[in-house]
Structure formats: C-alpha cells, structure tokens
Design a protein around this ligand. Structure first.
Ligand SMILES: [Zn+2]
Length: 413
C-alpha cells in the first residue's frame, strides 16, 4: 500500500510539474504496470483493447506484425471476408517452452479474421513445428506465407518475463526480416496449379511455404469453393484436405442417415479396417476417438487386401450402434467407391504415390475439387456391404487384438 501511494504521489508531482512548465497538452500517463505502446503504434489498439494493454505479449505483436505484412502484400482491409488466415499458432506449435496461442488474438484483431466468421483456420502441427502464418485472398487466390524465427521470438519472450515494456518496444522496432525467416507470396489458384503443374512442382520442391504447400493450397482453394465449417474442423485436425479425408466426411454423412444415434460418442463402436485419412474425419465428427475406446484400428496387409472379394475391395469401416440399455447392437460395414472417384475426376490411382513428380499432389487436388459436389450426396460414393447384429460377447471379439472382424462377419475368407 505504502509503495503504491508513493508511486501515485510521484505521478501527481510529475504531472503537475509538466503543467507548471507550460506543456499545452501533456501526453496521458500510462497507469503503473501498463505499456504506453499503443500511443506509439495506434494500429495495435484493437488487439490491445481485446486482451487488455497490460496483458500484451510479444506473441500478440507477432500476430499483429504478420497480419500487417499480409495486409500490405495482399492489399486488403481489416475484416475483409475474402481473406482466410491459417496458422499453427496455439495448436500445438510451441516456441521453446512457450505455447503460442496469443498470436491468434493478434491475427484476429488485426486482420479481422475469426473462428466465428469461418476464416481463421488453426492447422494441427506437432509441438516443435515452426510457427507460421498464411493469408489467402479468395479473389486473387494469392497467398502470403510468413514463418517466424523461433530463436528471435524465444529471446523476446524470455526478455518479456523480466522487462516487458522494453521487450515489447524493442520488438516493435524489429524489421520483418529480423522476425520472419521466410516471407513469400504465391498465386495458388487450383486451376492454375492443375493446368501448369510442372511450374508449381518447382515451387513445391523449393518449399516456398516451408513445406506447408499442400496444406495451404488444398485448404485455401476448397475454402474458397465454400467448404462447410464442420469440414474445416476436420481439415484442421488432419492438416490438409485429400480425397481420403473427404471420403471420411462422406462416410460420416452417410452414417448419420443410415445408422443414426443421438449419442455417437457413447453408442458407436467404429472399426477402421483398413485405416486411412478418413478416420480423422470420423473422430472429429462423432467424437469417437481412440482414447474414448470408440475407435479400433486394424491394418490389412497386401495379402489380406488381395483376399477381399470384389464387392468388399473398397471396405472402409465397421460401425456398431449400441443404444443405452440394449441387449444387442446393430452394425453396418461401409465402403467408399474409389473406382467411381478416380473415373469421375479423371485421375488414376497409379499417380497417388508418384512422389518424385507433380502427380502425387495433382491427383489429390483434382479429386478434392471433384468430390466437393458430393458432400451432400454421400450415397453416390458410399455403400453398405453388409448389415448385422451382435451381442456383447461378439462385439468384444470384433474389437479384440488378433481378430480380423471382416472374417468374423463373413466378408472375407
Ligand atoms: Zn490425408
């Protein structure tokens, strides 16, 4: 209390002496503990107002600086709905021991993109992934990518702990090339990429977006086509959009219709056999995670795949629904029609693993776009191979290690 009174008195004396010396309009004093940084950088006001100026961190300023740079490079105004921001900040990428979620508020309040507006995408990366930001313009299809220099950010975060005011002021004075290791702008229009894949392949090899090229051009182009928000959440977990993931979204839509339950997280048992990208969509949409013991994953060897009969060669998942208090569960085995997807999109499965050429991403992007027309008609690509019922003992057996549930259900020999 005593210290606080002295500080207040001191502030009063300084203020009065300023007036006595004839200052026409003395600059407003920042209350103790607050940084007067907004008076130097008025554009920081939205983020400072949102988080409270006394809580401003280097990470907010980083989100601010990335957004400001994108605004000038793409030429948009705060809140433009044609802009999509993508970042791994806060999910789960870290800088040293620091989590990075504060950068999200810096972007939201500076670029005006948000979760609620459906134009702030948080891409899942591991904890030690570089921290990056990307901004995509739906009209021009230009994309600006910025990758933060972890060492610099960590240094300022350390300084912020002991002397926040100077750390923030000094950070604001840094030039972009002192904060970001990479700032690139590329046109990622899907039509252009598909029509001239060799040219884009050179940029893929050069990692113009730090290795995040496939994530960024698939999510951005499909968002521009009107991707529903639940699909956007699926893409966030999976990190990119590929036909495999879309097949999972379609399976979920199909199962909602054909094996509905009011409580998927407790009433479904899902067996992924074989697993592929689709299963991330199912986890997200039904909350049937491995950790909830709602998803069991079973690999099929090449030999086992070869033993699948023709009508089951595209087998994807087994769903069992067990209503609360029921004596038995009922289930379906579903398949995704890969043949139709390749044929319809004008692609070939032989290109899928052509990782030395443009073909691997070309085939995926082409299928992604073609499949967008099927999001609301899953039955055109998803089918039921078999329906069945099980008692609790049989269900335990289907999930068990060492058991092939497709053999148990009489689908394969
Ligand atoms: Zn995938």
């Amino acid at each position: 209390m005593k210290g606080k009174t002295i500080v207040t008195l001191l502030a009063l004396v300084i203020l009065m002496s300023g007036t006595l010396l004839g200052c026409a309009s003395p600059a407003p004093m920042a209350p103790p503990g607050e940084v007067p940084i907004v008076s130097d950088y008025p554009d920081l006001k939205p983020v400072a107002d949102f988080v409270g100026e006394e809580n401003l961190s280097v990470l907010h300023l980083l989100g601010f600086k990335a957004s400001e740079r994108a605004i000038s490079k793409l030429g948009f105004e705060r809140g433009d709905p044609n802009i999509l921001a993508l970042t791994d900040a806060g999910y789960i990428a870290e800088i040293g021991d620091y989590t990075t979620e504060k950068a999200l508020d810096g972007i939201m309040m500076t670029a005006g993109t948000s979760r609620g507006r459906g134009n702030l995408v948080n891409v899942h990366k591991p904890y030690n992934s570089p921290l990056w930001f990307a901004f995509f313009d739906k009209k021009s299809k230009d994309c600006v990518y910025l990758e933060a220099d972890s060492r610099v950010i960590e240094d300022y975060l350390n300084r912020e702990k002991t002397d926040r005011d100077t750390a923030l002021t000094d950070f604001m004075e840094l030039k972009d090339n002192e904060i970001f290791t990479r700032v690139t702008k590329e046109n990622i229009d899907a039509d252009k990429l598909l029509n001239n894949p060799e040219a884009w392949q050179e940029k893929m090899v050069a990692k113009v977006f730090g290795g995040n090229e496939f994530s960024l051009f698939t999510i951005s182009n499909l968002w521009a086509m009107g991707l529903p928000n639940d699909f956007l959440k699926v893409a966030e977990l999976h990190d990119h959009i590929c036909p495999g993931l879309t097949s999972g979204y379609l399976i979920a839509e199909y199962v909602k219709e054909n094996l509905p339950t009011p409580d998927p997280r407790n009433e479904y048992t899902v067996i992924a056999i074989p697993p592929w990208c689709k299963d991330d969509a199912l986890i997200q949409i039904f909350e049937t995670n491995v950790g909830h013991k709602r998803l069991y994953v079973k690999h099929l060897t090449k030999e086992q795949m070869g033993q699948l009969p023709e009508d089951a060669k595209n087998v994807a998942n087994i769903f069992i629904r067990w209503p609360e208090g029921a004596e038995k569960g009922d289930g379906i085995v579903v398949a995704f029609d890969w043949d139709k997807a390749y044929e319809g999109s004008g692609t070939s499965p032989k290109d899928l693993k052509s990782f030395d050429t443009y073909k691997w991403w070309w085939v995926r992007l082409k299928m992604d776009i073609w499949m967008m027309d099927y999001l609301d008609k899953p039955e055109e690509l998803i089918s039921t191979i078999k329906t069945f019922t099980v008692n609790s003992e049989e269900l335990e057996n289907l999930k068990a290690a060492g058991v092939n549930p497709l053999v148990e259900l009489g689908i394969m020999p």
